[in-house]
Design a protein around this ligand. Structure first.
Ligand code: GLU
Length: 487
């Protein structure tokens, strides 16, 4: 049983646009919060001023909105623990750094950048084995330290990592994690510019904001022992830790920005949006990259994920990024949407193609083709012939399907359609079959040329339903135009 209310934060650093791995972390945080009736908090970790990207925060917020997450507390909305941007919380970190120093868990280090560089060059860390050779408040006499501070000498504050012990913590995905303290260096907590590092700010905020569960990517696991030391030093309870499995690229190895680009996999969430992926499909895809429902069900809406998700079903083995699966899921989600919803999603592509369809007609077209759509933009691309007469005809299709008698056959069909009533799927088919019989040919000899003539392509939805949707005038005009163009 959980004794504290569930509070989960997504804590991105605005050092770039939200990437796909970041969105997966946000999703798992969000789902866990919703599943448990907890709060989902957005905290912006912008203490590394040198790496800030100006519009990154805006992009992160926009991407979370696009994904359809409702956020309970954030820099935008505020909340009981505002501000939610670390750059506005400097005084809190300084106060806690002082507490750590007073209690002997951290110390001032006055080393010049040059001596730090030399240490590194010798392959040495600022750790228990070397800290005594350095210029810090552990070795310098107290009056010297005070004089330097009063003098305004540059310093950093470092974590005093205890020697020869094992740091042990529970991760609810990885199990028990044990790290020898001697493998850690004395982590910088406050940089020489007075800004906290990620480690100090992250721990202070997670505690002060009442975060109950820390859910984040595997790449942060090596930081956790340092955080555990900080929690202990400050006398605070450690939140439940959950480190999500890696995401692997289809060619094996970690999915990095570089490997993704090489494989044509978009990296930033905004690129998925412009590539025409629906947020529901992307979230469904990301949910399955690490979590499994324990059933064969593969297609989930966000609401269904909110009901089903649990950290217990997040595995330890890496998730394999398979773009084909995402494409398939995108089609699945489109086919489950109401036609009017698909139309909304297709609007930008329709507009870009200069297509301004009648709402009722477009809805009818979508009803007919939505099971064949992989992206909403297919409506303006693959199925553009529903909105404008074809001006070209698929060359391979012509070679294969357009015979010497095709022009006269499609013209005869056009003639009969002028009088057909009702102009519906059943009569359209009956009429074609009767004509084929009269002409002494098989149905295919008419079906394929008619399809080519009205759509310009050889594939598409059922022919007669398509003709009924296109309507009498349009079908007759197209049949006549093709007979002439391909005579
Ligand atoms: N600011 C870190 C990031 O960019 C947060 C990691 C964490 O969740 O602790 O991912």
């Amino acid at each position: 049983m959980l004794s504290t209310p569930v509070r989960v934060r997504f804590a991105p650093s605005p050092t770039g646009y939200l990437h796909i791995g970041g969105l997966r972390t946000a999703l798992y945080c969000y789902l866990f919060a919703r599943r448990t009736g907890g709060r989902f908090i957005l905290r912006i970790e912008d203490t590394d001023q040198s790496r800030l990207v100006e519009d990154a925060e805006e992009d992160i917020v926009a991407s979370l909105k696009w994904a359809g997450f409702s956020v309970d507390e954030s820099p935008e909305q505020g909340g009981p623990h505002a501000p939610y941007r670390q750059s506005q919380r400097g005084a809190l970190y300084r106060a806690h750094a002082s507490t750590l120093i007073d209690r002997g868990h951290a110390y001032y280090a006055f080393d010049s950048p040059e001596s730090i560089r030399l240490l590194r060059e010798h392959g040495q860390a600022y750790d228990a084995a070397h800290r005594m050779q350095m210029q810090n408040s552990l070795v310098l006499p107290r009056h010297n330290v005070e004089a330097r501070l009063a003098n305004g000498d540059a310093y950093t504050v470092r974590l005093h990592v205890p020697e020869d012990t094992t740091i042990c913590f529970e991760d609810c995905i990885k199990g028990t994690v044990k790290i020898p303290s001697n493998s850690l260096n004395d982590q910088v907590l406050v940089k020489s510019d007075g800004m906290p590092t990620y480690h100090l700010a992250n721990v202070v905020d997670d505690h002060l904001m009442g975060i109950s569960h820390v859910i984040r990517g595997d790449e942060w696991l090596p930081s956790t022992p340092k955080h555990v030391l900080l929690y202990r030093a400050l006398g605070w309870q450690i939140p439940v830790m959950a480190h999500l499995p890696l995401i692997l690229s289809p060619s094996g190895g970690k999915l990095s920005k570089r490997s993704a680009q090489r494989l044509g996999i978009p990296v930033d969430v905004r690129d998925y949006r412009t590539a025409g992926y629906e947020p529901e499909a992307l979230l469904n895809f990301l949910a399955l990259l690490g979590w499994n429902p324990g059933t064969d069900k593969e297609v989930f809406s966000l609401a269904e994920l909110e009901e089903t998700f649990s950290l217990q079903r997040v595995g330890t083995s890496p998730g394999l990024f398979d773009l084909e699966k995402l494409k398939w899921l995108n089609g699945q989600h489109l086919s489950r949407m109401q036609p009017s919803e698909v139309l909304q999603r297709a609007r930008p592509a329709l507009e870009a193609a200069g297509i301004a369809p009648d709402e009722a007609y477009a809805t009818e077209v979508i009803r007919l083709v939505k099971n064949r759509m992989h992206r909403a933009s297919d409506l303006a691309e693959l199925f553009s012939y529903f909105f404008a007469d074809p001006i070209t005809y698929d060359a391979a299709g012509i070679r294969k399907r357009w015979k010497p008698d095709s022009p006269s056959l499609v013209l005869r069909y056009a003639d009969r359609l002028a009088r057909l009533a009702p102009f519906d799927e059943t009569s359209l088919e009956a009429e074609l079959r009767t004509l084929a019989k009269t002409a002494g040919v098989g149905g295919g000899r008419l079906i394929h040329p008619v399809r080519l003539a009205v759509s310009g392509t050889t594939a598409g939805p059922g022919l007669f339903a398509m003709l009924a949707t296109l309507g009498r005038d349009s079908v007759i005009r197209r049949l006549q135009a093709a007979a002439q163009a391909l005579a």
